[in-house]
Design a protein around this ligand. Structure first.
Ligand code: PLP
Length: 434
């Protein structure tokens, strides 16, 4: 298991644009962030240290939740596709909570506890992040409160139960507990919610309670850094086999993609390797393929600092696709820079073709993937089929960010032919509405 996390900030091809204070539009002062986040996380967010030591207590907790996670070769899938490509995947679904989110949840809860914080408040889309933070809170002795996008709250009732089992409070978002929530409920009493709205509710909640802090499950530098345990492990594990040619991950805010890819990106930035990186998003939330690179809020209620990133606009209505963890308007600023420099290439798919790929995978490898992770599978299958056409022996490595055993409603809807594909109706960022 790695002893350090990898921080890409000092290696980026250009410096990150600073986050802006939403009130003054000036670069935000770290003091302001300290009211929202635990202090050590604010420090890590801006750190120029390339390798940050993982505290021993966190490494012990990583072992408890199943790290290092296994790396598999998908030999049955290769046979089914009849491809000369070799397909490997890192399986983050093997962790206790079933996704990669626990990697940063444990770190965030650890630093909060050390600082004497009593409660962590957060948002969740599909529920994986909320579940991970709930378990981290239980293991470290912190209260956890979760605002869960209403579409997922209804589609995935067992995710809520799981969070309750770990001792957390869970509210559907938009809720009438916050001013932001009330505003969206007034617009539409059955508003499906989304990550952007749930983030605003969580922050508003934190600002009312001095002993609470906010936790974010993706997008920010420190979150992506904690996730690099995935790629650092995968690098060691791949050494026993071969060098990958292509590295693939699905993208909501960018954390599981970055977690697997950034340790390999470092070698490309250093001129030591020539990996290809493919980031996969849903066509219903196409921040990479249809968004623009500009300053925008991280949430729908405009409470977060403004970040320079690929965005659809914080007012973008994200259709209720089953991959709830990918229903986000923005993108991690560091990943945005790598896209701008052509180091990472984006691709977008519709949900029905993604579920089709998920079934192919489940029926050959046995693992039922999360609908989010199935986006990466779809891209891996497409590449493997291209390799077959060209007769190329490509080595593909993708991140299987989570299992889908609590996403069976989505599978049921797909099998019954009830799932629809969504084209964005309107992308506010393209109309200058940021
Ligand atoms: C949250 C989640 C995602 C999307 O978030 P990223 O920060 O982009 O990784 C993808 N897969 C799973 C299983 C998730 O839980």
């Amino acid at each position: 298991m790695p002893r350090v996390w990898y921080n890409i900030l000092p290696d980026l091809p250009e410096a990150l644009a600073p986050p802006l204070d939403p009130e003054t539009e000036e670069p935000i002062k770290p003091e302001k962030l300290l009211r929202i986040f635990a202090g050590e996380l604010v420090k890590q967010e801006m750190s120029k240290e390339r390798y940050v030591e993982i505290p021993g207590e966190i490494r012990e907790l990583y072992a408890k939740i199943g790290r290092p996670t296994p790396l598999f070769r998908a030999t049955n899938l290769e046979k089914k596709l009849g491809t000369p490509a070799r397909i490997y995947f890192k399986y983050e679904g093997a962790t206790t909570t079933g996704s990669h989110k626990i990697n940063t949840a444990l770190a965030q809860a650890y630093y909060a506890k050390k600082q004497g914080i009593e409660r962590l408040v957060t948002e969740t889309g599909a529920g994986q992040w909320g579940t991970a933070l709930s378990l981290a809170g239980a293991l470290l002795g912190l209260k956890v409160r979760v605002y869960m996008a209403r579409a997922s709250f209804q589609q995935k009732p067992y995710r809520r139960v799981l969070m309750n089992v770990y001792g957390a409070e869970v509210y559907p978002s938009p809720s009438n507990r916050t001013e932001v929530g009330k505003r969206f409920l007034k617009e539409d009493p059955n508003h499906p919610g989304g990550l952007g709205i749930a983030i605003s509710e969580a922050i508003e909640d934190v600002l009312r309670n001095e002993s609470a802090r906010y936790s974010l499950g993706s997008v920010l530098n420190h979150v992506l850094m904690h996730q690099t345990v995935i790629g650092l492990e995968a690098k060691e594990q791949m050494k026993e086999f071969e060098e990958p040619d292509v590295i693939i991950g699905c993208v909501g805010g960018g954390s599981n993609f970055a977690g697997l890819a950034y340790p390999f990106v470092k070698d490309v930035l250093d001129g030591k390797a020539e990996y290809e990186f493919i980031a996969v998003e849903p066509k219903a939330a196409p921040s990479m393929t249809s968004g623009i690179y500009t300053y925008d809020y991280g949430d729908s209620g405009k409470l977060t600092p403004k970040m320079k990133m690929h965005t659809l606009g914080h007012t973008y209505y994200v259709p209720p696709i089953h991959a709830g963890g990918l229903r986000y308007h923005g993108l991690a600023p560091t990943l945005s820079v790598l896209l701008n420099h052509g180091i990472v290439k984006p691709v977008a798919y519709h949900q029905t073709e993604v579920f089709e790929a998920a079934l192919t995978f489940a029926r050959s490898e046995g693992i039922v993937p999360a609908p989010e992770s199935a986006h990466a599978i779809k891209a891996a299958i497409d590449l493997a089929l291209q390799a077959k056409e060209k007769g190329e022996e490509r080595v593909i490595l993708f991140n299987l960010s989570g299992h889908g055993l609590l996403d069976l409603k989505g599978y049921d809807d797909f099998l019954e032919g009830k799932l629809q594909d969504y084209e964005p109706e309107e992308i506010p960022a393209l109309n200058g509405m940021i």
